[in-house]
Structures are given as structure tokens and as C-alpha cells.
Design a protein around this ligand. Structure first.
Ligand SMILES: [Zn+2]
Length: 253
């Protein structure tokens, strides 16, 4: 085949198109093999469960969730979105002051599948810095939005001393699930070291309202089964092995 003919051949065009497609598949999908290193559940030998709350802070719903947790004697972990935290700093400060863990859910809730390394770093670093500034304690856990990771995320998380945390129980996914059904799902799936994924903001339409309805029965049911409801840090306990390379000004414990 002559060079001109070869250059115009559909096979060459196909090959050229395949290169970036394969590169993206490796960067985004290939990295999902590494989610094996993300924490999905904690210490199976202790009767502790971590309730986690994504996508806040919400100036209306998050304070109601905090009041509920206080009244129920439960603590939780709030995976906050940086740009929302910047608009509701007092809610984040209050969350930490009441003894809950504040963790990172990225800066703008971007899907990391479509973020290059530079954007991925901005998503991680900006949120990390802001949470540390507001609470006096830099976050040590990160939940990628939708659980979508890329190959750049893991080394960048190590740089700020955060560990990827997913979940073992998710009572509501992409479609709304009524509060009673969510309670049933959590209670029937409960196990030692469970990490439960809930939403105090955003999520599917009406998710925070359903959470507020479900929370009292969810907590009471878990308690009745002998579970202590505490933070991700405590639930991960001895299983937690993050490589902390930098520790920007540690706050008081
Ligand atoms: Zn989210």
C-alpha cells in the first residue's frame, strides 16, 4: 500500500482514535481495580457502624441531621463538598464542634473520570485545605463522588494524607427509596464495621427529607442490635493504614 493510500485508510484513522480511547479507559476504568485499596468496611471484630453523610453541608438539612444525631446519641462522618462548605462554613464548624468527623467529598462534586491529574489535584487539595482551615483538623478521609476514581487520585490522596472511603451499605442509590424501605435495608444488611452511605444534601430528589424521616428508626434499630454508631476513623480502627506524607498544621484532637 502506498503511503498516501495508507494515510487515508480507515484502519489508520481507527487506530488513531483508539489510542486516546484506550488511554482514557486505563486512566478512569483501569483505576477501578485500585478501588480494592479503598475502605468499604471497618473492623469486623467490633460492633461499630459508621453512618456517613454525603454532599453537604446544606444550611437547612445538615443542622437538622446534627440535632437528630445529638438527640440519638450518635456520631457520624460528613463527606462535605468544598464549594458548598465555603458557602456554609458555620455549619461545617458546628459539625466538627459537636464531635462528628468532617471528611472530603472533593471541591465541586466533579466526576473524577473526566478530570485530568491537575483538576483532580485541585478537587482534592482545595477541599482538604478548606476543611482544615474551618475545623482546625485536616480531613483524613476522601470519598470520590459516585465512587468514580482515576489513576491520579491515589497518589494525590497520599500527598494530603487522606484515604479513599467507599461504603458497604447504600440504602438509596440513583433512584428515590422511601424512608421505611431505607431503614429495612440498613437494618437487614447491618454488619460489624459497616459504612453506610446516606445524603444530608443533594443525592436523588428529596433525599435529605427522607434521611431525616428514616434516621430515628435507623439509629434505634442499629442500637437495638448492639451497634455503636461512630465515625469512619473509629470504625476503620486498626484497619486504617494511610501513608501520610504531609500533615498540614494538625489541630487539637
Ligand atoms: Zn456525592
Amino acid at each position: 500500500m502506498a503511503v498516501d493510500e495508507w494515510l487515508d485508510s480507515p484502519r489508520l484513522l481507527l487506530r488513531l482514535a483508539l489510542v486516546p480511547a484506550l488511554a482514557w479507559l486505563t486512566y478512569a476504568w483501569g483505576a477501578h481495580a485500585a478501588t480494592l485499596f479503598c475502605a468499604r468496611r471497618g473492623d469486623p471484630s467490633s460492633r461499630r457502624i459508621a453512618l456517613t453523610f454525603d454532599d453537604g453541608p446544606d444550611p437547612v438539612h445538615t443542622p437538622r441531621v446534627l440535632d437528630l444525631l445529638d438527640g440519638l446519641g450518635a456520631r457520624g462522618t460528613f463527606f462535605v463538598v468544598g464549594d458548598r462548605a465555603a458557602r456554609a462554613r458555620a455549619v461545617v464548624a458546628e459539625t466538627a464542634a459537636r464531635g462528628h468527623e468532617v471528611a472530603s467529598h472533593g471541591w465541586s462534586h466533579a466526576n473524577l473520570w473526566v478530570c485530568g491529574p491537575r483538576r483532580t489535584w485541585r478537587e482534592i487539595e482545595r477541599s482538604h485545605a478548606l476543611i482544615g482551615e474551618i475545623t482546625g483538623r485536616p480531613p483524613t478521609h476522601f470519598r470520590p463522588p459516585w465512587g468514580a476514581v482515576n489513576a491520579a487520585m491515589f497518589p494525590l490522596l497520599r500527598r494530603v494524607g487522606e484515604r479513599c472511603v467507599l461504603w458497604s451499605i447504600q440504602p438509596e442509590g440513583l433512584r428515590p427509596v422511601t424512608a421505611p424501605v431505607q431503614v429495612d435495608r440498613v437494618l437487614s444488611a447491618a454488619h460489624p464495621g459497616a459504612i453506610v452511605d446516606l445524603h444530608d444534601a443533594e443525592g436523588t430528589s428529596g433525599a435529605p427529607e427522607r434521611l431525616i424521616e428514616a434516621l430515628p428508626r435507623m439509629v434505634a434499630g442499629l442500637r437495638a442490635s448492639g451497634y455503636e454508631l461512630t465515625t469512619v476513623t473509629e470504625v476503620l480502627g486498626g484497619l486504617r493504614t494511610p501513608a501520610v506524607l504531609t500533615t498540614p498544621e494538625q489541630g487539637s484532637t
